[in-house]
Write a protein that binds this ligand. Structure first.
Ligand code: KIV
Length: 278
């Protein structure tokens, strides 16, 4: 990217302007081919730190590094012509303070070409979000269940029932006031997510937060049935690609063992048929 690179067709102010309109459609992607598929149908393509679990086999998102996000971010930006790419800031890359967050967010943007980053946290991240947004880094915030805090939250539980509801509302209002252009609500009860959505002027993007959010996001490997280690209640499987891949690989293995593959049409004859010689 240079200062003269064409600006992307969808930028954070366009997403912000979608508040209350047609639902925003968001999926994750981690590679160029999947980004191309997502690009054809979605408004935002999120390079989530879920990449650590669904692609790299890590037990949580805590082991994801800035270098991993840059590598996958570049691949996704190459495949997303229209949908807006957003890159997750990994655990440990922003929590120390605003300067650390700016240093790493600006690397993510400069080295991938993505026009926005996402980071987890509510009121305690407001100062950092304000610092970033005032310096040219558009921020998608993420409140409710924040998976990078799984150890302090005590698991991947619903966040915002009973007395916790006021904190989720306060977190969402704080990230909005700090300048976030949208906010992910993860694993928040539906009624509360609706209240938060009505209380904010920026779009809410739900994952396990009911139908009243301004948009929805899912992890693409979950909804395609490619990641099958576990299935959260909020995931709907729109395909069973993992099963289809398993059947295809089993068929290939059987044919190789039976010497049924490769067949003649997959092989090169020693002498070309005469009419093809010309
Ligand atoms: O990492 C991720 O994929 C995410 C989404 C689930 C919102 O943060």
């Amino acid at each position: 990217m240079s200062a003269t690179s064409p600006v992307r067709p969808v930028l954070p102010p366009d997403i912000r302007a979608r508040k209350g309109g047609a639902p925003l459609v968001v999926l994750t992607a981690y590679s160029t081919p999947v980004a191309r598929l997502v690009d054809a149908h979605c408004d935002i393509v999120l390079v989530g730190d879920s990449v650590g679990m669904v692609i790299h086999g890590l037990p949580s998102t805590l082991g994801v590094t800035l270098e991993m996000m840059i590598l996958h971010g570049r691949a996704v930006v190459r495949g997303a012509q229209r949908a807006m790419p957003v890159i997750d800031m990994p655990f440990g890359s922003y929590e120390e303070g605003p300067e650390q967050a700016f240093r790493n967010a600006s690397r993510l943007m400069a080295e991938t070409g993505a026009p926005a980053v996402k980071l987890e946290g509510g009121q305690h991240m407001a100062e950092t979000i304000a610092f970033l947004t005032q310096r040219g880094v558009p921020v998608m915030a993420h409140v409710g269940l924040t998976p990078q805090s799984v150890n302090t939250l005590g698991g991947y539980k619903v966040v915002g029932r009973d007395a916790e509801a006021a904190k989720v509302m306060a977190d969402a209002k704080a990230v909005e006031a700090a300048g976030a252009f949208s906010v992910v609500l993860e694993k928040v009860p539906s009624g509360l997510a609706g209240k938060v959505t009505r209380a904010l002027a920026i779009p809410t993007i739900g994952i396990g937060a009911g139908v009243d959010c301004d948009g929805q996001v899912l992890v693409v490997d979950d909804m395609l049935g490619l990641f099958t280690d576990f299935r959260p209640k909020f995931v709907k499987r729109y395909a069973e690609l993992g099963r289809a891949a398993d059947e295809a690989i089993a068929a290939y293995a059987a044919e190789v063992r039976a010497r049924a593959f490769p067949a003649a049409e997959h092989s090169f004859p020693d002498v070309l048929p005469s009419k093809e010689k010309k």
